[in-house]
Design a protein around this ligand. Sequence first.
Ligand SMILES: [Zn+2]
Ligand SMILES: [Zn+2]
Length: 357
Amino acid sequence: MEALSRYVTSSGCKIYTFPVRAFPELVANIYLITDGQHRILVDCGSGMNRSNRDLLAGLKAIEERYDEPTGLEKLSAILITHGHIDHFGGLPFVRQFTQAPIGVHLLDRRILSHYEDRVVVASRLLENFLKRAGVRAPDRENLMAMYLFAKEIYHSTPIQISLGENGFQPDSSCSDGISKESQDQSSTIAVLSDRISFYHVPGHCPGQVCLRLDDILLTADHVLSRTTPHQAPESITNNMGLGHYLDSLNKIQALDGIQLALGGHEKPMNDLAGRIREIKRVHDERLEQVLEICYQPKTTADISRELFGPVNNYHILLALEEAGAHVEYLYQRGELVATNLAEIESEPDPVILYQRC
Ligand SMILES: [Zn+2]
Ligand SMILES: [Zn+2]
């Protein structure tokens, strides 16, 4: 495997990484952390056939090139950086080979452990957002069908560990699915909780975490080398939204001693603070653009079109959510107001028009 890389932290932990094709147009990075004794898989791809194949091939390549025992049955734990399917969708596949405990932040646990609930409830909230944004019924139906398409590939999987800023914690509220074996493993990985620090960085996803090993930070989808990580309004999901995201960027920008940052997609970053400054600048400019657009009353769908121009397929939904996150941020802070109050008051599913103050 060409794209396999190995990094060594200042205390000698090894971080292996390789890409998997999570979806036809999306490559995601998988990480395997080891201190020589314990092996922790960080993220596991989407669960699509190609993604699962790439995952097995990547682990095999580590074994062949570095003589590191990496079979799925040899894992000590599986950590999921956040509740997006390109990162956790492979869990049911991985579970066939290992009883290693699975960890995720508390705020994304329900997505993984009660997925059917998540899909139904989140779909309704998304549909409400699209109605308020001014997306017409036929377009809305298309977007909802696209949103639900990839949701078929996953089924709920019990979670055994909650990730927090205090490290690993056994998940007491959801003990189903824990075998004696995985409890043993849970105690062995407690050793590693001394070595890995977790930073909760809500915004891109409610339970988004970054993992720090010495001088290397796994930034997951919180900071990426090329793309400005996607934002959606917290009216769809609490603890998302641009306000949370910018606070979380500040939190990571303030870390000292990070020599290398490795994202959930794209390339490694040598200048994490510089990359965070660039991402903040993109959002500042976008907020300015929204205010410019809103000299006249506009719907979120209008604003999305003016910000991003013509886009296709799934990108329409991403653009609407991105625009919605910026509109929400400005509305929460009183820089935009809703102008059609009579309609909002009287109609069952009102479209909201926003204008700058
Ligand atoms: Zn993500
Ligand atoms: Zn991702």
